[in-house]
Design a protein around this ligand. Structure first.
Ligand SMILES: [Zn+2]
Length: 323
């Protein structure tokens, strides 16, 4: 039997499905993985987990390498630098600045921040902020340095506390969520906040999902309520966010098809881009983005709690009676 990775009990844990890797070549990293679900926490997880060495290698070198979605454009540095203005990041900015008084925030720690778009956008609006992160992906090193992040590769080397911990789309990639929340509690100032967003994975998610997208842990609202209870945290807000489950599945299928069928097409597209003057490539991209402002899918980033959102987000604070 296997124990739930949140409540640590085994009686409500049942086999859910076999793990479905997104890419054939990833099968060697996620050997014979199966999915289990705890009914007590409405939480699902991979078992057995890949080893920490395997994951470390994978995220450092493979995850956001060229030729893999969702990072088709990783080689274009100028493009990466303006990504913080995308709708998804702006929706985070609006949500956080509505619920938290940033004039009182001095230090931000972003766990698994990738290029650090959110902290960078916050720093532009609130110049007193100091940015810290933990990001092992070697592809992100240059931009994080330019943006003024101090990157702690090892959580055990951090000897200070933070006013805000950000963890967006990282908690589904880790192996031990209780370990991370214990760490967050140690790193959080008394009046600090934790902001999280992860995929929303109730039963509805599991129906017809095309693949498991390298995720190891699958949360729901109930999972976060259990985590908050175990770790002495209170919700400032909990919201369902982003597009519908159906759109999410369609985006996943599009990604899969582009890899399976159009690999050479994407390679050719990138080659043409390389041959064209950079200014023209950028103008073309801006033109495409301009067209997107008339696309109603844009609304998905700005309408929370529609009853059919594929992500969940929230802000947590230390419970007063636990302090
Ligand atoms: Zn459980």
């Amino acid at each position: 039997m296997t124990n739930c990775l949140i409540c640590n009990k085994e009686e409500k844990v049942e086999f859910l499905d076999n793990y479905k890797p997104q890419f054939k070549e990833d099968e060697s990293y996620f050997k014979k993985a199966k999915l289990y679900r705890c009914d007590n926490c409405d939480f699902s997880f991979v078992n057995p987990m890949p080893s920490l060495e395997t994951l470390d290698y994978f995220y450092k070198n493979i995850y956001s390498s060229k030729e893999r979605p969702p990072y088709w454009a990783t080689e274009d540095y100028e493009d990466q630098k303006v990504h913080y203005l995308e709708d998804k990041n702006l929706s985070y900015l609006l949500y956080l600045t509505t619920l938290i008084d940033f004039k009182k925030i001095k230090t931000i720690f972003d766990f698994g921040c990738s290029n650090g778009d959110l902290g960078y956008a916050l720093k532009i609006k609130f110049s007193q902020l100091d940015l810290f992160c933990s990001e092992s992906d070697l592809h992100c090193e240059k931009i994080l340095k330019e943006r003024g992040y101090k990157n702690f590769k090892n959580l055990n080397n951090i000897n200070q506390k933070f006013d805000l911990i950000i963890v967006t789309h990282a908690l589904e990639h880790i192996t031990d969520v209780n370990y991370i929340f214990n760490k967050f509690n140690d790193l959080l100032n008394l009046n600090g906040y934790i902001f999280f967003e992860v995929p929303n994975c109730p039963k509805e998610y599991w129906n017809g999902r095309p693949y498991d997208g390298l995720h190891l842990l699958y949360y729901t609202k109930k999972s976060f309520e259990k985590l908050a209870e175990i770790h002495g945290l209170d919700f400032i807000n909990f919201s369902f966010s982003a597009h519908s489950f159906e759109n999410d599945r369609n985006y996943q299928i599009e990604d899969l098809k582009s890899v399976q069928n159009n690999f050479s097409f994407y390679k050719l597209k990138r080659l043409i881009k390389k041959l064209l003057p950079k200014k023209i490539v950028r103008d073309l991209k801006d033109f495409k983005k301009g067209k997107k402002t008339r696309d109603k899918a844009k609304l998905d980033w700005f309408a929370n709690n529609t009853g059919d959102n594929c992500y969940i987000r929230g802000i947590l604070k230390k419970s007063l009676d636990k302090i």
